[in-house]
Design a protein around this ligand. Structure first.
Ligand SMILES: Nc1ncnc2c1ncn2[C@@H]1O[C@H](COP(=O)(O)OP(=O)(O)OP(=O)(O)O)[C@@H](O)[C@H]1O
Length: 326
C-alpha cells in the first residue's frame, strides 16, 4: 500500500519521571497505520504497549510524558495539538476503548444519556437514531439506552463502550485489551463482531492484546514490542510463519496452537529488564538463545528482512553478508 498512512508515529518516546532514572517505557517507536488496517500490538506485560497507545491518543498523565517524536493523524501532529482541538478530534475522528472499558461508563447515568453527552460535546450533526443504531451494531437491543451500567453484564458494558466509540464512525479506533475481562467465548464473539464492523465501516484499529491467537486471527499487521521498543513489525501472517526476531519466535513458542499439532511449549526463560536500567546493546540479549559477542555491545536498528522488519543484529547488513560468505 503506497497511500499516505492514516497514522504516522515517528521516533516516539515516553518517559515516566520516577525522581531518579526516568523509565523509558516507549523508546523511539515508528509505526504506520493505513486506512482500514487492523494492527495488533503484542509483548510481555510491562513492555510499554498501553503507554504507547495512551501516547498516541494523547491521554498520558503525570508522571508519564512524551519526551520526543511525533504522532501524525490525518496530517496533523497530535503531540503539539491544543487540548481543545484534540477534544474535537477524539470520538469524532479517532476513538479509544481502554482495558477498563467496562468500568469507564458513568454509573449514575443511563447509557443513552452518556451517548448524548458525547454527541453534545462535538460540533457534528448526528442523526437522532444514531445511539440506537450503534447499539444494534454491537448486538445490544436499543431498549438498553434507558439502562444504567449496573443493569448490563460485563460483556454488554464492553460492547456499549465500543458502540460509543462508533457514534461518529471514526477513521481509527485504538483498543487496549477491550476484551480481556471477558470469558474466552465472549471474547471471541466480540472480536468477530469488531472485525465484521471494521470490514463493513472501514475504520482502522490498533489493538493491544496478550492473546497471540486473537491477533493471528484478526490483525493484518503485527507489532512485537520488547522493553519499550518495537522488535518486529510486519504482516501478521509473515511474522507467524517465519518470525525473524528471537523474541517473536519465543513468544510464538510460548502459546499453544489451537488447531496445529501438539508440541511442547518452550516459553522464554528469564524476565523482561528494568526499563530504568535496560541492558547494554540489544535489550533482549540476556535472554536470547541466539546472542553472540556483539549483542551486549551494539544496539540494533530495525532491519528490513524480507517482508518484515526486525531489531536483531543477526539481520544487520554486515553480519548477514559475512554469514552468507562463510
Ligand atoms: N506510574 C508509573 N511510574 C513509573 N513507571 C511506570 C508507571 N506506569 C508504568 N510504568 C513503567 O512503564 C512500563 C510500561 O508499562 P505499560 O503499562 O505500558 O506496559 P504494558 O505492556 O501495557 O503492560 P500490560 O500488558 O501489563 O498492560 C512498565 O514496565 C513500567 O516500568
Amino acid at each position: 500500500m503506497h497511500d499516505q498512512p492514516l497514522l504516522e508515529v515517528r521516533d516516539l518516546s515516553v518517559e515516566y519521571d520516577t525522581g531518579s532514572n526516568p523509565v523509558v517505557a516507549v523508546d523511539r517507536v515508528d509505526l504506520d497505520v493505513h486506512a482500514g488496517e487492523f494492527v495488533g500490538v503484542v509483548g510481555e506485560s510491562g513492555c510499554g504497549k498501553s503507554t504507547l497507545l495512551f501516547a498516541i491518543a494523547h491521554l498520558l498523565s503525570s508522571p508519564a510524558a512524551i519526551s520526543g517524536g511525533s504522532v501524525t493523524f490525518q496530517g496533523q501532529n497530535l503531540v503539539t495539538m491544543s487540548e481543545k482541538k484534540l477534544a474535537a478530534l477524539r470520538w469524532r475522528d479517532f476513538s479509544v476503548v481502554m482495558q477498563s472499558a467496562m468500568n469507564a461508563l458513568n454509573p449514575v447515568k443511563s447509557i443513552g444519556a452518556q451517548f448524548k453527552d458525547t454527541i453534545m460535546a462535538h460540533d457534528e450533526p448526528v442523526a437522532d437514531d444514531r445511539p440506537a443504531e450503534v447499539l444494534r451494531l454491537v448486538g445490544i437491543d436499543p431498549i438498553h439506552l434507558d439502562s444504567y451500567p449496573h443493569q448490563l453484564s460485563g460483556g454488554m458494558r464492553q460492547r456499549a463502550m465500543i458502540a460509543m466509540a462508533l457514534l461518529f464512525t471514526p477513521d481509527l479506533i485504538i483498543m487496549d485489551e477491550p476484551t480481556s475481562a471477558l470469558d474466552v467465548v465472549a471474547q471471541r464473539s466480540l472480536m468477530v463482531q469488531i472485525k465484521e464492523l471494521q470490514r463493513r465501516l472501514g475504520f482502522a484499529v490498533i489493538f493491544v492484546t496478550h492473546d497471540m491467537s486473537l491477533v493471528s486471527h484478526f490483525s493484518d499487521k503485527l507489532v512485537v514490542m520488547y522493553a519499550g521498543q518495537v522488535v518486529e513489525f510486519g504482516d501478521t501472517r509473515a511474522v507467524f510463519d517465519h518470525p525473524e526476531h528471537p523474541y517473536s519466535a519465543g513468544l510464538l513458542d510460548a502459546f499453544p496452537s489451537i488447531r496445529g499439532p501438539k508440541v511442547p511449549l518452550t516459553g522464554i526463560p528469564g524476565a523482561p529488564p528494568d526499563l530504568a536500567n535496560p541492558p547494554s546493546g540489544c535489550r533482549f540479549q540476556p535472554r536470547c538463545p541466539k546472542a553472540f559477542e556483539d549483542c551486549p555491545k551494539i544496539a540494533p536498528d530495525l532491519y528490513q528482512v524480507g517482508p518484515v522488519q526486525a531489531r536483531c543484529l543477526l539481520h544487520a547488513p554486515s553480519i548477514s553478508a559475512s554469514e552468507e560468505a562463510s
